[in-house]
Design a binder for this molecule. Structure first.
Ligand code: NAI
Length: 421
């Protein structure tokens, strides 16, 4: 369990309500979720607390749980428990096994909609091979790893409900994954270790949306950045963006700080630990805690100590020490000081999850399978955000729209030219 300071005296969501105008606007627009029971799994930190409060304000009955152990804030849980029509199934002391039981208890309460993170609820709702649990009609998924899990279920003909892959909308992955994770990961690493990023060699494994954000922001802070990849196109992109690209076997010997962001397993393993410099720091921002092979590191170590809150030090036989942050779990969410992403970014992520839930609750749901969030819903979130930021943009004129729709553009322009003369 992470020893996290509580904000008993203060309302733990007051700051979030101020910082999340998209959710505020969506929550104030009637009660589109009245009569709908929504199961939510996410990191139960303050911005998720406000998301749940918004669903509640929109009329939903909410069953809320944590998507992972170690990211739950008890003050947020206490606040949610004080709301009528909200029931929580998590507390900060829960380990993986206890959380698994909590997820099943939530599903026993028969939610109709699942707003999921990492596909924790969707997968468990399909425990029965031929059916889906209780009343579940549809779901939306907010992270990359969860989308890849539900896509794998669809490929194996196991998915029995429609799932919106909210992670894949521009309003989610271009902001949350790139900027939210990029900034919150480095902020939390700096807070946990009291280290400086400038002048260090930072190795980022994976150059998808998350890796791109971490690498770019580390470089902006003055680090030398090295990227490892398995996809030639992503590797090329990393190189053209100005990062050095090498295999992990080579990067292992150079890094001061390693950050995994792949959604894959055992990306940094024994052969890499063998080559790392003394006091190298290892952190993970991928969804699951399997990107660092900690079993191998434990086996290699002669001693393991907790040097500080959130840092586990592995002492190797040759005298080197390797420091693993936040036990190899999501470093931006599970450290002792972690608040997750900045609220301004979670505003659009949860805005997209909200409109997905509203759409699924509102009318007929799509066929079972994985679906993109309809584009007009994604645009709605973008417009609300721009509006809240006081930013105006141009409107397409009728002529511009006709020009873009035409295949014979020279003729279209010539026609308008003749009208003018
Ligand atoms: P993505 O699919 O865009 O990128 C993953 C990249 O990792 C790909 O380019 C892939 O080629 C690469 N990769 C896979 N195996 C690799 C290996 N062995 N070595 C090097 N590169 C490898 O996914 P995205 O959106 O960047 O997400 C990555 C992970 O971060 C996912 O698990 C996602 O759920 C998680 N995530 C975490 C957040 C947080 O708050 N910490 C927020 C958003 C996403």
């Amino acid at each position: 369990m992470v020893d996290r300071p509580r904000m008993d005296e203060a309302d733990p969501l007051s700051w979030m309500r101020e910082q999340m105008p998209v959710l505020r606007t969506l929550g104030a627009a009637g009660e589109p979720l009245a009569g709908t029971t929504v199961g939510v799994a996410s990191h139960l930190e303050p911005s998720t607390g406000f998301f749940i409060e918004t669903l509640h304000e929109a009329g939903a009955e909410v069953l809320a749980t944590a998507s992972q152990a170690d990211s739950t804030h008890d003050d947020v849980v206490d606040h949610l428990d004080s709301l009528e029509r909200v029931e929580t199934f998590a507390d900060a002391s829960m380990d993986d096994d206890a959380l698994d039981v909590a997820h099943r208890r939530l599903l026993d309460c028969e939610p109709e909609l699942l707003l999921d993170d990492g596909a924790e609820l969707v997968v468990k709702a399909h425990d029965d091979v031929s059916d889906v649990a209780g009343a579940v009609r549809a779901a939306a998924e907010q992270t990359t790893s969860g989308v890849s899990r539900v896509e794998a279920m669809a490929d194996a003909d196991r998915l029995r409900v429609p799932v919106y892959r909210v992670n894949h909308t521009p309003m989610k992955h271009q902001f949350d994954n790139v900027h939210g994770t990029g900034e919150s990961a480095l902020t939390n690493i700096a807070m946990i270790t009291n280290t400086i990023i400038a002048g260090r060699t930072v190795v980022v494994a994976g150059y998808g949306y998350v890796g791109k954000g971490v690498a770019r922001k580390a470089r902006d802070l003055g680090a030398e950045t090295v990227v490892t990849e398995i996809d030639p196109r992503k590797a090329l992109k990393a190189r053209m963006d100005g990062h050095r690209v090498v295999p992990m076997a080579e990067a292992a010997a150079e890094g001061d700080l390693f950050v995994t962001a792949t959604g894959n397993c055992r990306v940094i393993r024994d052969e890499h630990f063998e080559r790392m410099p003394d006091e190298a720091m290892l952190a993970n921002v991928g969804h699951m805690d399997v990107e660092l092979d900690l079993d191998a590191l434990r086996e290699r170590a002669v001693e393991v100590t907790e040097t500080d809150q959130g840092i586990t030090r592995y002492h190797l036989p040759d005298g080197r020490r390797l420091d693993v942050l936040a036990r190899g779990r999501l470093v931006n969410l599970t450290g002792p000081f972690s608040q997750g992403h900045p609220a301004a970014v979670m505003d659009t992520t949860f805005g997209a999850m909200f409109v997905a839930g509203r759409d699924l609750a509102d009318g007929p749901v799509p066929e079972p399978g994985v679906h993109d969030l309809p584009d007009d819903l994604d645009r709605e979130v973008a417009e609300l955000k721009l509006d809240a930021m006081g930013i105006a943009i141009d409107e397409l004129t009728d002529k511009q729209a006709a020009y873009l729709d035409s295949w014979n553009r020279e003729e279209t322009l010539a026609e308008w030219e003749s009208e003018r003369s």
